[in-house]
Design a binder for this molecule. Structure first.
Ligand code: UD1
Length: 337
């Protein structure tokens, strides 16, 4: 089977390409390199000894996307490409709505023209807003707290409508919890531009003395130690979830939604303490005010993905901390941007 992966050189996309190639899928990548680097293509080849076909184009460019479909008989699309910085989405909402919606609409139009019926979409637990209950199940009410999250939810709604109108389509929506970690080889991982917004990329830079101190956003939440609780999932587990989703995709028609998480919540301080222990480094931190828009706790009920996809996360929090740091140590020079 030939799989088109948009955003295939990004953090989750690159790990998914590795798992696809390991499982003997043929991979075609589209990436405009807006938040990724072309070196990742060589790293994917180094890990798998296979070279995916690569197009440096924007998914919003319909003519060019059509050419990709005409040059390759695409059986399924995994759509990662999109902007994902929550804070930036608040200050530049139009950029987010234009890019994230346009790219998805373009892909769906071209898929229809080219008779491609299988679509896996990269959604996020952010569509659950501030959940009333935990753990979070797929049928919980949906809402968002920022434009980035709203683009994810709007796309989910578009996909539901498109699925109703076209009975040939198979659509799987994957709602990711908090992906961290990196490939064991240390060749691919998360490389945010500038100062990181998310917790693990910040921790690794503090551990590596590129940033002086971690700010812990609030210790007065209603959680065991007062700091925010999240469901961190190893990016390699998450990538494997996409293989399970593809297997499901080709055997059903309609639309289905799955949480990809571990089902276990860890606090900010749990993550800091585990990171220090497994890597034998110090991560100095200070408690500061809550970050606006953050929720106290968020973790998945992973039962549906287990029952219907056979997906279960294998890696624990220690693996995640070790592999995140290993990636930074192996990429020290190129990381200081
Ligand atoms: C956010 C987004 C989510 C997105 C994810 C990955 C929302 C509400 N959340 O998740 O959709 O998929 O990023 O891009 O839209 N923290 C600190 N100090 C820091 C950074 C974070 O204490 O410097 C804390 C936060 O308060 C939170 C936890 O660490 O409790 C995790 O934060 P983060 O890694 O930014 O992820 P989320 O906000 O959960």
């Amino acid at each position: 089977m030939k799989i088109l992966v948009t955003g295939g050189l990004g953090f989750i996309g690159s790990h998914t390409c590795v798992e696809l190639l390991n499982a003997n899928y043929e991979v075609v990548i589209i990436d405009n390199l807006s938040n990724s680097s072309i070196d990742v293509l060589d790293k994917i080849e180094e890990i798998t000894s296979k070279k995916p076909k690569f197009y440096e184009i924007d998914v919003c460019d319909k003519e060019k996307v059509s050419v990709v479909f005409k040059e390759n008989k695409i059986d399924a699309v995994i759509h990662f490409a999109g902007y994902k910085a929550v804070g930036e989405s608040v200050s530049e909402p139009l950029k987010y709505y234009r890019n994230n919606l346009d790219s998805t609409l373009t892909l769906l139009e071209v898929m229809k023209e080219e008779n491609c019926h299988n679509f896996v979409f990269s959604s996020s637990a952010t569509v659950y807003g501030s959940p009333k209950e935990l753990p979070i199940k797929e049928d919980f009410p949906l809402s968002t707290t920022n434009p980035y999250g709203t683009t994810k939810l709007m796309i989910e709604r578009i996909l539901a409508d498109v699925s109703k109108a076209d009975k040939d389509l198979s659509i799987i929506v994957l709602r990711y919890f908090n992906p961290i970690g990196a490939h064991k080889s240390g060749l691919i991982g998360e490389k945010p531009n500038g100062i990181p917004n998310n917790l693990m990329p910040y921790i690794v830079r503090v551990a590596n003395k590129e940033l002086p101190i971690l700010s812990v956003f609030g210790n007065d939440y209603d959680t065991p130690d007062g700091t925010g609780v999240r469901d961190y999932i190893h990016v390699v587990d998450l990538a494997k979830g996409h293989i399970k989703a593809l297997e499901k995709c080709v055997n059903f028609k309609g639309i289905e939604y799955y949480n990809l998480g571990t089902g276990t919540g860890y606090s900010v301080l749990d993550l800091v303490n585990t990171f220090e222990k497994v890597n034998n480094v110090e991560v100095p931190y200070k408690i500061v005010d809550r970050r606006p828009g953050d929720i106290a706790a968020c973790y998945a009920d992973p039962t549906k993905a287990y029952k219907e996809l056979g997906f279960k996360a294998e890696y624990g929090i220690e693996d995640m901390c070790r592999d995140s740091y290993n990636f930074i140590l192996k990429n020290k020079e190129s990381h200081n941007n």
